[in-house]
Design a protein around this ligand. Structure first.
Ligand code: F0G
Length: 359
């Protein structure tokens, strides 16, 4: 093998990497884009801001092949659907699930149907679903309604549901917890994570518990789940009929995995808290401008929540904040929310430019 072929050859994708922990067999046709194996990045400025002796890391899952953690669940869901002979998959989505479902379904030679809330899916995500060749239905209604419809559709027609009610999704997503422990050598003290349909927090908890039972970690983290204030059914402990937030990925009023998430909170002695859109945008800008990490607004909820809880952070603790999606998913939000100095309509001559730059 020559040098060029060797590049990127060492990460086999998460099913290969964690096969013995996943419900796959020799017969499972693995549909993979080499997802997982994402970096854990130390957040120096945010640690300083907290002003205690803490190690804070971002698990940057926005670096997955379609730009979000959904790829972890989708490689499993689509591989198992393929194993079962399925020819079409369906999901409801605020955007990222639809992008991942479309990419993996197409790679597995299946049709992908996606239902999205009309007008509430970020541009990057919509662009992905279009280009991957999904069959998209934008409904007059929110994510919760779309999920009810696809659940019914998958019961009536020969289509596999790939939302996080599909147990294989959570199986794939739990590998992020394995990666964190494999990287740190133990579980963190806190895991900070945004919650929408609450599948991811449930998947992480499953992963942390399994590694703990197998003695690959000496402790379990406190699960700190964060929601946007206008869309916080788990914090308020009630269904929200008209959820609203700038973080459209987590604009969900009736999370389908709520029972699992509540169990994770109770067992881990964690907490759920809401963060306002302003706090989310503050954290979003801070991550980009101080740490050089561009995530989407929903992901920044984990940092916003951490900052809101900073009084309670124990000294010498290790904290991981999950950055679930890439900032490029939602360019409109970035363009509207930044403090960049942008000089436009300038003649292309150095003298003028140097003056503007203050030289
Ligand atoms: N962060 C991002 C970027 C997401 O896209 C989602 C969910 C979440 C966090 C919340 O994860 O639902 O497991 O609690 N997005 C789904 C979608 C709903 O359709 O893409 P969760």
């Amino acid at each position: 093998m020559n040098q060029t072929e060797n590049i990127n050859a060492n990460w086999p994708g998460l099913i290969e990497a964690y096969k013995s922990w996943l419900p796959v067999s020799e017969k499972t046709p693995i549909v993979s884009l080499k997802e997982g194996g994402t970096p854990l990045i130390k957040l120096h400025s945010i640690s300083t801001l907290i002003g205690k002796d803490v190690s804070i890391y971002a698990k940057y899952d926005g670096l997955n092949p379609t730009g979000s953690f959904k790829d972890r669940g989708m490689t499993m869901a689509i591989s198992k659907a393929k194993e079962e002979g399925c020819e079409a998959v369906i999901c409801a989505s605020t955007g990222n699930t639809s992008a991942a479902a479309a990419a993996y379904a197409k790679r597995g030679k299946m049709r992908a149907f996606v239902l999205i809330p009309d007008g509430y899916v970020a541009q990057g995500k919509l662009a992905q679903a279009l280009v991957y060749g999904a069959e998209i239905v934008a409904i007059k209604g929110n994510f919760d309604r779309a999920l009810e419809i696809v659940q019914e559709a998958s019961k009536k027609y020969p289509i596999t549901l790939v939302n996080s009610v599909n147990p294989y999704r959570l199986e794939g997503q739990k590998t992020a917890a394995f990666e964190i422990i494999d990287c740190l050598g133990d579980a963190p003290d806190w895991l900070c994570i945004p919650m929408g349909n609450a599948g991811n927090i449930s998947a992480y908890w499953m992963g942390f518990e399994q590694y703990y039972v197998a003695q690959k970690a000496t402790k379990l983290p406190r699960m700190m789940g964060f929601q946007a204030s206008g869309s916080a059914p788990l914090v308020l402990n009630k269904t929200i009929n008209n959820p609203e937030t700038i973080a459209t990925a987590i604009r969900i009023g009736n999370p389908v995995n709520k029972e699992k998430a509540i169990q994770a909170r109770i067992k881990s002695k964690g907490t759920f808290l809401d963060v306002t859109d302003e706090e989310i945008i503050e954290a979003y800008k801070l991550l980009a401008s101080e740490e050089g990490i561009f995530c989407e607004p929903a992901s920044a909820a984990s940092i916003a929540g951490l900052l809101k809880r900073k009084q309670e952070i124990p000294n010498n603790s290790v904290i991981v904040c999950v950055l679930t999606g890439n900032g490029l998913k939602d360019p409109d939000c970035a363009i509207k929310n930044n403090e960049a100095i942008f000089h436009s309509n300038i003649e292309g001559n150095l003298k003028e430019i140097a003056t503007i730059l203050g030289f």
